[in-house]
Design a protein around this ligand. Structure first.
Ligand code: SF4
Ligand SMILES: [Zn+2]
Length: 114
């Protein structure tokens, strides 16, 4: 089971940090990526994208070869969270450009997703 801060293994190697390991191993690289994304999200106002943008982003990730379960192997991010935050971008530029007028303050979004 992959989480925000555990390695994402394929054939015994974490596709993100490239280290060998075991299920549940703490991924230092992923943890640093997550902390950096949190700081940026908060420092730039904590804005979320609309539900429409969120769903569109995740539907693009759904068919992407860089997705492993809920993790983007390109950037190490947890996709349900990454897709929601306005400060996040697809590292391969597959997501559509963000319309800044559609942003929502984090506290106003529905509670249904992570
Ligand atoms: S964020 Fe981009 S690179 Fe990562 S899984 Fe989604 S579409 Fe693929
Ligand atoms: Zn790792």
């Amino acid at each position: 089971m992959e989480t925000l801060v555990t390695c994402s293994y394929k054939d015994g190697i974490c596709r993100y940090c490239k280290s060998a390991g075991y299920d549940g191993r703490f991924c230092v690289k992923k943890a640093i990526t997550f902390a950096t994304a949190c700081i940026r999200h908060v420092s730039e106002g904590g804005f979320d994208v609309s539900d429409e943008v969120y769903k569109e982003r995740l539907s693009i990730c759904e068919t992407c070869s860089e997705r492993q379960d809920e993790i983007c192997i390109q950037c190490g991010c947890h996709l349900p969270l990454k897709a929601r935050w306005a400060t996040q971008e697809c590292p391969l530029k597959k997501w559509p450009e963000l319309d800044l007028t559609s942003l929502l303050p984090a506290k106003s979004r529905p509670k249904c997703c992570g």
